[in-house]
Structures are given as C-alpha cells and as structure tokens.
Design a protein around this ligand. Structure first.
Ligand code: HPA
Length: 295
C-alpha cells in the first residue's frame, strides 16, 4: 500500500512499505540459501567496496552460490564499474559467510533507507558479525594511497540517516547508541591478523559525505579539523543499520588517494580504482588470516 508522504521522506519507502520490501528480499535470499545446508545459516557477512571482488577468492572452492542483485526483489543494483552486484554464499575455512559483492550508493540517488534494504534483508537471516569495506581519501597527511585503515569510529556527515522514519521494531530500538560501533575485540583480532601476515595497518576515523563530487581543499581542511582520518561516500549508513540490529561490526577502508589540501591535483575515479587494487591485495591477505577466526 502506498503511504502518505512523511515530511522529507519523499521516496515513500519507510515504515510498513520499507518493512515489506525488506521481507520480500529476505524471502528470496532464504529460498536461494536453502538449496545448500552448508551455507543456509550464515552468521557472518561482508560488504565489498570498489575493487574488492578478490575477497571472494578467499572462500573455499566449494560450495559457492551466486545470486545477482537483479534477481532479488526491491534491491537497488548500484551502477559503478568494478562492482559485480551479486550475493555470494560460501564458507571460509568451513565457516559459512555471505558476501555482498558491490553496493548501491546514496549518491546514485537512493535514500539511505532504500540503499540498505539488501543489508537489512541479509541481517534478518541471523547475521551476528558484519565486515564492511570501502575506498577513501586520506585526510591524515601520513596516509599514502594503497594504505589499509582499520576503522575505529565514524562521523556521519552524509546529511541523512538510514533510520529516519518510523522505527522498524523487529530490527532494533528507536534510539540506538553508536558508541563503540566498531567492535573493540574484533579490532584487536584485526591487529593480530595484521601482525601475523605482515600487512601494515593504519587505524582511524572514517567520515561519510554524500558525494558524488570529491572534496574541495577547504572541505579537506574542515574534515581533518573535525577529527577524521579518511573520507568516503559509503559505509556509515550500513554500520548504523547493523548496530541498530545489534550486529557486531568491523570495518576496513582502502586509502586510494590523498585528500590533504596540499595535494597536487584532485582524485580521479580511475586513480581510486587503480590504488584500490594495491590496498585490496593487502586487505585480501589480512582477511585470509582473519576470516576463518571470526565465526
Ligand atoms: N573523497 C571521497 N570519497 C572517496 C575519495 C575521496 O577522496 N577517494 C575514494 N573515495
């Protein structure tokens, strides 16, 4: 049933309508997973950002199931090159994991509610731990393109919140706390994995802007002054719905370019993709060690 527009929520996707869309997506995913008992009850999920498709290769060869986002009702597909746009179900060292390979971004025009339908549909399966990944610009002058940053906290400067509108009580409470959004125990495990694999790991605060334009020099100075170490256009809305649902979160950001006010030229999308590959290789190494330990 269409609902009357609720103030600023002009997309009509909120409350009962949002809940219906999420449920229909969950039903489709459940039916798909029910074909293989080895992956039917995943407790671990991962969202792969730009250029991180290689993480899928860390999964055991068998079983591996694929479901295109286009085959899941109500799920926006995302249009950026380098994104596969599919769910992959498999195991990592025997542990079931559900991988969201590619994401729809709010800058494509989706509300943050719509952009998180797929994630909430997946969380409703009983996911307990979520790994989020993204690409970012380095605000910390020490950061170099290719660095991997463990996210210690975030700042939501996107101008929106995925929980705007009536609360979906089946996921969580109206006013969820966001203190300690990035699980301390999981972060300690990530540092240990970095030590074992020899991957250099930065750690810092991620700030989300809506994009899609990259930052001006004045904005880079401002964001640094606000206390952020890396800037990007995703992830924060996903972490908010995950924490709302009580799911533990660990996040990694691939620094693809410098975002300091003395940078010679601004970031280009091609540069972001290219340097993302360097960081992706490092992150794949680290996750190869970490994934089997996470369940
Ligand atoms: N700014 C915002 N988002 C980004 C950047 C950046 O410099 N690099 C990769 N994603």
């Amino acid at each position: 049933m269409p609902q009357p527009a609720l103030g600023a929520l002009s997309d009509g996707i909120y409350g009962a309508e949002l809940d219906r869309r999420i449920s229909a997506a969950t039903e489709r995913i459940t039916a798909w997973l029910s074909g293989d008992s080895r992956v039917a009850q995943p407790k671990l999920a991962a969202i792969l950002g730009s250029g991180l498709g290689g993480v899928v290769e860390l999964l055991d060869d068998e079983p591996r199931l694929h479901l295109s986002y286009g085959d899941i009702p109500n799920v926006p597909q995302g249009a950026v090159a380098g994104h596969a746009g599919e769910l992959v179900a498999g195991t990592a060292g025997g542990t079931p994991i559900l991988v969201l390979s590619g994401r729809a971004h709010p800058y494509e025009g989706y509300s943050q509610r719509e952009a998180t339908i797929l994630l909430r549909a997946v969380l409703a399966l009983g996911i307990e731990t979520l790994i989020v990944t993204n690409a970012s610009g380095g605000l910390d002058p020490e950061f170099d393109p290719g660095d991997v940053m463990l996210i210690s906290d975030h700042i939501n400067l996107s101008g929106e919140n995925p929980l705007l509108g009536p609360n979906l009580d089946r996921f969580g409470e109206r006013f969820p706390p966001m203190t300690d959004a990035y699980d301390a125990a999981l972060r300690a495990m990530a540092r240990e994995a970095a030590g074992r694999t020899g991957v250099a790991l930065r750690e810092g605060i991620y700030i989300m802007l809506s994009g899609p334009s990259y930052e001006t020099r004045a904005e880079m100075r401002m964001l640094r002054g606000l206390g952020a170490d890396a800037v990007g256009m995703s992830t924060v809305h996903e972490v908010i719905v995950a924490r709302h649902a009580g799911v533990r979160v660990i996040g990694f950001s691939l620094v693809t370019n410098k975002a300091t006010d003395d940078v010679e030229t601004g970031a280009t999308h091609a540069e972001v993709i290219e340097m993302g590959k360097v960081g992706a290789q490092r992150l794949v190494t680290l996750l190869g060690d970490l994934l089997p330990r996470l369940a």
